[in-house]
Ligand binder design. Structure first.
Ligand code: ARG
Length: 712
């Protein structure tokens, strides 16, 4: 009996262990089961210390950084720590060949030296409220179209209600594909300044070669500071603003990590699709992912050629290059690992079990056949939106045309103040669209190559009439026609020249726009998509949206004891687990390997290091940051469940102190957004000891270290 009991116990422990690391939990809703599992793994804090509405709690130190990343407050004076790749675009915009902080690094030695960052904001979660009942009551019985409309109205009513009389902002979010709803109240700060960054040969060491892979040796961090008005409110940049008085800041743990240590991550994961149907997996592997990869490759290659020729061009394009390249590699990995990890087969198995359960349930009995029908209709047209957004609209010239066309549409409405504010917004956005002559040259190549691929891969009966009738008329063969047509567009369009494009946006004229060849091109492809595919695609999203919602509801009914977590949707989440390696890989890396990689890949600039780093390495002056073998740790692994958007999140020990910053996922688990594989899915973190060593010894910015609360 006793033996049996022990046997049963170990099964229970085993399953919670396997399951515990999977899941992006809602921190305000930590259910008893999750809390118990967290304690078992080593958490010493109570749920209230993680999330509390009345007292300061850990969540008050976590910020949504720039809308796409996570950051954390690490000093009483509003100091923010995040990844280097999260600050990358802002840092590159502050850089030029004369003042090259992207390549050389930057360390403010006092408040005055900090650099204001245009367009960057940092957002705190003030509170989260459950609005499920209100929403579900209001949408009961509605079809998908009416439901979507109703939701928009309701969201407005609810966000107005929760922000009334405050300077707060709010957003409603659906969870479990619409089985639950929450409203998030935010406080957003717009005066954010750069405090410190290592040079990119540290912050991005290993570049695209090492991206999404382990072992890793990247000092992927940068630092900012939040400023507020003298009366303690968010304010736009002013020299009179003062550093934020933080409600909560995270202390730093320099004791170091070992396998099995508790590790949790709070942050803003962007998107997962863990309840995807098997047919969706197939479309991703066979169609969508490889197409995005092929289309992005065109941009990357053309940009790289020009970036290699000139430092200013390289600096101007580096932000766009990094972001296109990051997800170029991501989709390559996702397709490869969905196959390797047999995710299609896994989903089929889950669906089979569901189908067996559902036969006797009228509500669910037709679900899987409806799903098959919806995907069957969508599959043949699934590349249309990809070819439009990642292809036809990808050249920079098309982005300028799109902006011009937005203005044209606004002019039709005739609201002068709206037009002016749109103009201002567009002119700010074009700051991210450098279009110097060499970039135009690259753009022309991109434009042409994309049309060639379109010609090759889009079925004849799906091609736009404009392509067949106009573009192909420019020459005898498609290749010749596309080349001639491209020349014609770039010789004649107003938008093939930065000065003229911006002048147009400042003073748009319909007659010019309507006769512009680049606009005609844009307009023809847009019209073809809207007339032929838009409704079908919308129909697919409506159907699979409703079916996905029903599927999750059914799964919850089928497994009443399982704790379900909602897909990531850029809302605040918590994942907990342990410091842990996988396969035959090392748990952590050291500076020794940075030097070794630099030697091994001596011809690859992605592994270059500065003489200063080598000098410091030779001195081995690691002080309190060394591990027990006297080496300087750089990165380590944990088994947390994260995705894009979590970048910059703190990795927190059992007592609420930072041990690292999450910055990537691993290649073997690139299928992780669709299926979590507990065996091989890992989070790649930069060790906080490397971060502090770089600040103190490399940057000689003791002032920054002194602000932090450090536990040794
Ligand atoms: N893969 C990382 C992420 O998505 C970004 C790494 C940025 N580095 C780069 N080489 N592009 O969070």
């Amino acid at each position: 009996m006793k033996k049996l009991l022990i046997g049963m116990l170990s099964i229970v422990v085993l399953t919670t262990n396997l399951r515990a690391d999977e899941g992006m939990w809602l921190p305000w809703l930590l259910k008893s089961q999750t809390t118990e599992a967290m304690k078992k793994k080593g958490l010493k804090l109570t749920p209230d210390q993680l999330y509390d509405l009345n007292k300061s709690s850990l969540k008050d130190a976590i910020v949504w950084f720039g809308g796409g990343c996570t950051g954390e407050i690490v000093s009483p004076n509003g100091l923010v720590l995040t990844n280097h790749h999260c600050g990358y675009d802002y840092i590159s915009k502050l850089s030029s060949s004369a003042d090259n902080i992207l390549d050389n690094g930057f360390w403010a030695k006092n408040y005055q030296e900090e650099r204001p960052v245009a367009g960057l904001s940092v957002t705190f979660v003030v509170r989260v409220d459950d609005i499920t009942k209100e929403v579900l009551d209001a949408v009961k019985g509605l079809n998908e179209k009416d439901r979507a409309e109703k939701l928009q109205q309701l969201y407005k009513t609810i966000t107005d209600r929760v922000t009334a009389g405050t300077h707060y902002e709010a957003q409603c979010r659906e969870m479990y594909k619409g089985n639950a709803y929450y409203v998030f109240t935010f406080e957003r700060f717009n005066d954010v300044r750069l405090v410190g960054t290592p040079p990119q040969n540290i912050g991005k060491f290993g570049g695209e070669t090492d991206n999404w892979m382990w072992p890793r040796h990247t000092g992927d961090f940068s630092m900012f500071r939040v400023y507020m008005s003298k009366d303690g409110k968010p304010a736009k940049y002013s020299a009179d603003n003062i550093p934020l008085k933080a409600k909560h800041h995270l202390p730093i743990n320099l004791k170091g990590i070992k396998s099995g240590d508790y590790a949790m991550i709070m942050g803003f994961p962007g998107r997962t699709n863990r309840y995807e149907f098997s047919q969706g997996v197939k479309i991703a592997t066979d169609l969508v992912d490889p197409t995005i990869v092929a289309l992005r490759e065109i941009r990357l290659k053309a940009w790289k050629e020009e970036m290699n020729k000139d430092t200013d061009i390289r600096l101007k394009l580096s932000g766009n290059y990094a972001s296109i390249s990051n997800y170029w590699k991501y989709f390559r990995g996702e397709a490869e690992q969905l196959k390797n990890n047999k995710v299609f087969e896994l989903k089929q198995k889950e669906e089979k079990a569901f189908g067996a359960w559902a036969t006797s349930k009228p509500e669910y009995k037709n679900l899987l056949s409806d799903v098959a029908k919806a995907f069957g209709e969508y599959q043949p047209i699934s590349l249309q939106s990809i070819y439009l957004n990642e292809g036809i609209l990808a050249p920079t010239i098309m982005k300028y045309v799109q902006y011009a066309s937005m203005l044209e549409d606004a002019k039709k409405d005739g609201d002068a103040t709206k037009i002016e504010s749109l103009k201002t917004r567009i002119l700010t956005a074009t700051g991210s669209l450098p279009y110097d002559e060499p970039i135009v040259k690259a753009d022309k190549k991109i434009f042409k190559e994309i049309l060639l691929l379109y010609n090759k891969n889009i079925a004849a009966d799906q091609k736009a009439p404009y392509f067949k009738e106009v573009i192909l008329g420019y020459g005898k063969t498609p290749e010749e026609a596309i080349a001639n047509y491209t020349d014609f567009v770039f010789e004649n369009s107003v938008f093939a020249n930065e000065g003229m494009a911006k002048a147009f946006i400042s003073a748009p004229r319909s007659s010019i726009l309507n006769n512009d060849i680049a606009f005609k091109h844009f307009d023809a492809f847009r019209k073809h998509y809207n007339a032929t595919y838009k409704d079908k695609v919308a129909d697919y999203y409506e159907k699979t949206g409703a079916l996905g919602r029903l599927y999750i509801k059914g799964l919850m009914e089928m497994q009443p004891n399982k704790e379900f977590y909602a897909d990531a949707n850029s809302s605040l989440r918590l994942t907990y687990g342990n410091v842990q390696s996988y396969m035959k890989y090392p748990l952590y890396t050291t500076l020794d390997e940075v030097i070794a990689k630099n030697i091994k890949y001596k011809d690859n600039p992605e592994f270059a290091i500065s003489p200063r780093l080598l000098e410091l390495y030779n001195k081995k002056d690691y002080g309190r940051y060394a591990d027990k073998n006297g080496k300087l740790p750089t990165c380590f692994l944990s088994n947390n469940d994260i995705t894009g958007g979590n970048s910059g999140s703190p990795v927190i020990d059992g007592e609420g102190r930072i041990i690292g910053l999450a910055f990537d996922g691993n290649w073997e688990a690139m299928s992780g957004n669709i299926h979590f594989d507990p065996k091989n899915k890992r989070t790649i973190n930069v060790d906080i000891r490397y971060v502090l060593w770089l600040i103190e010894k490399y940057g000689e910015a003791g002032n920054i270290i002194n602000e932090m609360t450090i536990v040794q």
